[in-house]
Ligand binder design. Structure first.
Ligand SMILES: [Fe+2]
Length: 252
């Protein structure tokens, strides 16, 4: 009966956590791509996201042929070091690693040679495409990935500006076999208005199954620390489950 006197929760209190507890896309391993440059930064990023409710990270360093030629070895080594540093710093978090594969000649070579690829879970493979030019033969590439038993995820489809004039492409990418992963910060306008619009479109059409932070640096963390940004994310993701990797892996 005294609920009238209850203090109304502020936006910050209502949305003190991110809408997911597992982050399936981030660049928090130190010194191996354009994400965290050193271990101190990695620990700050991990701790900061933990404060926002992230319990499990699947770090996904870039593998780009002419820029970051990471391998399972370089990634596993960075993962081991980061796990040890977290333990030493008293950060209790589940830390795993996969990779974000740029669909380029190097990737096609890895596929051709049947090199074991790092996956988010079972057969689920995180990929991205160039921001400047769309791949001409993406349908054939998707078919090849599927033939090899992987399920490709396309990272941040909303960030490819060349698709903004053609929103039918998102359904088409799904038909090709891509699982779509939207960046949480895209929903807030962090990457600009047209990206925000594309992200909203993808969610409204129910085309995305995964969301990620794509956390690279402290400016991203600062944006996640804004309660109003988290409120937008919660609102946009309401009513649907995201990041259920097990179900996606079992989907026929
Ligand atoms: Fe990324």
């Amino acid at each position: 009966m005294f609920h009238f006197f209850k203090k109304k929760k502020t936006v910050a209190e209502t949305y003190d956590h991110l809408p997911v507890t597992t982050d399936i896309h981030s660049h928090i391993l130190p010194g191996i791509d354009d994400g965290s440059p050193d271990m101190q930064t990695s620990l700050e990023l991990i701790h900061g996201m933990q404060q926002l409710g992230i319990r499990r990270f699947i770090a996904t360093p870039h593998i780009i042929g002419d820029m970051y030629r990471n391998t399972p070895q370089t990634i596993q080594a960075a993962l081991g070091e980061t796990r040890a540093a977290c333990k030493k710093a008293g950060i209790d978090v589940q830390l795993d690693a996969a990779a974000e594969y740029m669909i380029d000649d190097h990737f096609l070579e890895l596929l051709k040679n049947k090199s074991p690829l790092l996956t988010l879970h079972k057969n689920i493979l995180l990929t991205e495409i160039s921001y400047s030019t769309p791949p001409v033969n993406i349908e054939r590439i998707a078919a090849t990935i599927l033939e090899q038993g992987y399920k490709p995820v396309l990272a941040h489809p909303e960030r490819y500006h060349f698709y903004h004039h053609n929103p039918d492409i998102y359904q088409h990418l799904k038909t090709m076999g891509f699982i779509l992963q939207v960046n949480l910060l895209s929903l807030t306008g962090y990457y600009g208005k047209s990206v925000k619009k594309a992200a909203a479109f993808i969610l409204q059409k129910n085309l995305a199954d995964l969301v990620g932070t794509d956390l690279h640096h402290k400016y991203h963390l600062e944006a996640f620390n804004e309660a109003k940004n988290r409120a937008i994310m919660h609102e946009m993701l309401e009513g649907r489950t995201y990041n259920d990797l097990e179900s996606l892996a079992n989907l026929k």
